[in-house]
Write a protein that binds this ligand. Structure first.
Ligand SMILES: Cc1ncc(COP(=O)(O)O)c(C=O)c1O
Length: 374
């Protein structure tokens, strides 16, 4: 029997046509018509005042950290349970990531433990909406306001997730998206920075264009462009933007496909989970992005055993992040604030099921049957 892959990139109908259109022109570098179109789609989807495409979510995080003014010697508070890029972006700016434990109900940073991590060196709080389940942003923004801190939202998982306060990625000072091909919407490798307001747009344009005011020049606002500040080459080529534009046009189809799988797992595993001491992902208010479906097994040994048995049957279930506070680089470059009990426990007992738009009913049934048997 064919294996059931953990993740498969979605292929949208227009992407080959879009890429061919780019190759037929003389504008293959960045910031052409497909970049403009994909950025407009991102603004429509999120309500962001500005959306700038980048080559990756990692690059978007590097920009975000510098844009909010993080400097060498500063500290940035972040969850331990997240991808390494959240920390490498801070380290690249010469600052120290300070890791905080998680809320095991969501997998997000424990907001009630952030205040204890604040020192005189703290410059910003970087949250990550795990699986597109919203962090308590009202709580984070209130803390940030009372301590004069900036807020970065790593929304790599949660494109387009709406909350009463606004769409994820637009609620803090800067938000980021990833369009890596493991994400709901992708262009192979890609990302974006989102801004809820205009405050950081100008420095962001300069940073993204190798430190120059080329964006102003292209709009006819200056008569020549020059080096004005720190920057790097963060903008993607039109080839990536062409794929992204097609993917964003298929956003509703992608999400409907992913939610179909997610809801089937929830409905068909509920009874089995409660009879077997298994905790299923249960997003507060049912708000999430259908990016991951996780469950917690009763013990780390059971998790490892179940994973091994599922893989032996060709079902590519997996775990997720190795907590950053106990990773080799996390211990070198960062520090933990307080105990990490929930993070360690969650990471050791968590299992994720295959989830992608286009899984057949037979695939879903096989994943469920294999899990129950394992
Ligand atoms: C939460 C989170 N942030 C950032 C990233 C980095 O994104 P990219 O792979 O586009 O650099 C990832 C990638 O998996 C991620 O899961």
């Amino acid at each position: 029997m064919d294996p059931i892959l953990f993740s498969r990139p979605f292929h949208s109908p227009a992407e080959i046509e879009n890429v061919a259109a780019v190759l037929a022109t003389d504008h293959v570098h960045g910031d052409g018509p497909f970049t403009a179109s994909a950025s407009a789609r991102l603004r429509d989807l999120t309500g962001a005042a500005h959306a700038l495409l980048t080559k990756s979510g990692t690059h978007a995080l590097e920009m975000a950290v510098r844009l909010v003014g993080v400097r060498p010697g500063d500290e940035v508070i972040m969850p331990s349970f997240t991808f390494s890029s959240g920390a490498t972006a801070i380290v690249a700016a010469g600052a120290t990531p300070v890791f905080v434990d998680m809320d095991p109900a969501t997998g997000n940073i424990a907001v009630d433990q952030i205040e204890a991590a604040i020192t005189t060196r703290t410059r910003a709080i970087e949250v990550m909406h795990y699986g597109g389940v919203p962090v308590d942003m009202a709580g984070v923004l209130a803390l940030a306001a009372s301590h004069n801190l900036r807020v970065i939202e790593d929304n790599a998982h949660g494109l387009g997730v709406a909350t009463p306060a606004g769409v994820l990625g637009t609620l803090g000072d800067v938000g980021i998206q990833s369009f890596h091909d493991t994400k709901n919407v992708h262009c192979g490798e890609g990302g974006a920075v989102l801004f809820g307001t205009d405050a950081l747009t100008e420095p962001a344009e300069v940073m993204r264009e190798k430190g120059t005011n080329r964006s102003k020049f292209l709009r006819g606002q200056v008569d020549k462009y020059t080096w004005v500040d720190w920057g790097s080459s963060y903008l993607p080529s039109e080839l990536n933007a062409a794929v992204l534009d097609a993917q964003l046009a298929s956003f509703d189809t992608i999400q409907a496909g992913r939610f179909g799988v997610w809801n089937a797992y929830r409905d068909e595993l509920a009874e089995w989970a409660s009879a077997n001491d298994v905790v299923l992902m249960d997003p507060p208010g049912g708000v999430h992005a259908a990016h991951v479906f996780w469950l917690l097994l009763p013990s780390p040994a059971r998790r490892d055993e179940v994973l091994e048995r599922m893989r032996a049957e060709g079902v590519q279930a997996t775990f997720h992040y190795v907590p950053l506070h106990s990773s080799p680089a996390g211990m070198t470059y960062g520090r933990a604030s307080g105990a990490m009990k929930n993070t360690d426990d969650f990471a050791a007992r968590q299992l994720r099921l295959p989830l992608w738009a286009g899984m057949s009913e037979a695939d879903i049934a096989r994943v469920i049957a294999t899990l129950k048997k394992a």
